[in-house]
Ligand binder design. Structure first.
Ligand code: SAH
Length: 235
């Protein structure tokens, strides 16, 4: 039995309806994994749970699916945000992919005084998040916000959401599992600047945390911090 392809479709899903896939999905099904009309697919849109269906029509650049049954109803997913200082392109891509796998619901890239880049290709990052969500069996795709300045982000922060700020060589307690809405903040390769560290300490929702005695690369800090924050509360 070939594995059933799992695809994200940004349109309403319900029993008995026919929905069109994208040109990229048609190409993938037709030319890459060589599926045919009648073969099974599994689709999700981030709102209506997960649906089983079959390929109704398939050409090189066009595909439609006929939905049959709901395999999983929609569920409230983890309310976990990641705020991270923008990294080099490949490393940012990695953080988006892994944060999606680790259940992050909102990703906020930020610029800091030691961040070297302020630009991202939002379309590519969205595609990476969709592919990771398809692969890891999530029912939603994280929201990726446009890059914003760190201090501006803090000034607009919802005060009831704790922001666990990973700060190396500080006298901060270890990061611990946290159930409920929260966020992780990770700085740039060069670390936060002294004025940024001062600013972070002034916001009451900021909780400085340590990720251990070693200095981690920023991408490692993102993944380790997310995993540790959510290391309880799932089965
Ligand atoms: N260049 C800096 C290190 C920056 S590491 C220096 O040598 O001091 C990049 C980011 O990862 C930091 O801003 C911090 O958010 C996070 N980080 C890395 N290691 C950490 C640790 N042991 N505890 C907490 N945060 C850490």
């Amino acid at each position: 039995m070939p594995t059933i392809p799992r695809l994200f479709l940004d349109q309403p899903l319900s029993a008995g309806t026919d929905v069109a896939g994208s040109e990229g999905q048609a190409h993938y099904l037709h030319a890459v994994i060589r599926r045919a009309v009648g073969d099974e697919v599994c689709v999700f849109n981030g709102r209506d749970g997960e649906w089983l269906g079959t390929i109704a029509t398939l050409r090189r650049d066009r595909v439609t699916f006929r939905l049959t049954t709901q395999a999983r109803p929609p569920v409230a997913e983890d309310d976990l945000w990641l705020v991270f200082a923008l990294l080099k392109r490949d490393t940012t891509d990695l953080v988006i992919q892994k944060a999606t796998e680790l259940g992050v619901s909102v990703i906020q890239p930020v610029t800091t005084s030691r961040t070297n880049t302020a630009r991202v290709n939002e379309t590519r990052l969205a595609a990476i998040a969709i592919e990771a969500a398809e692969q890891c069996e999530r029912l939603t795709v994280p929201t990726i916000r446009p890059p914003a300045d760190l201090i501006t982000t803090l000034l607009h922060w919802p005060p009831d959401r704790p922001l666990f700020a990973a700060i190396e060589r500080a006298d901060a307690g270890p990061i611990r599992p946290h159930i409920g809405p929260c966020a992780l903040l990770v700085g740039p390769e060069g670390g936060f600047s002294p004025p940024e560290l001062d600013a972070l300490r002034r916001f009451p929702f900021v909780v400085p945390v340590s990720l251990g005695p070693r200095i981690l690369r920023a991408e490692t800090a993102c993944l380790a911090g997310l995993a540790l924050l959510r290391s309880s509360g799932f089965s």
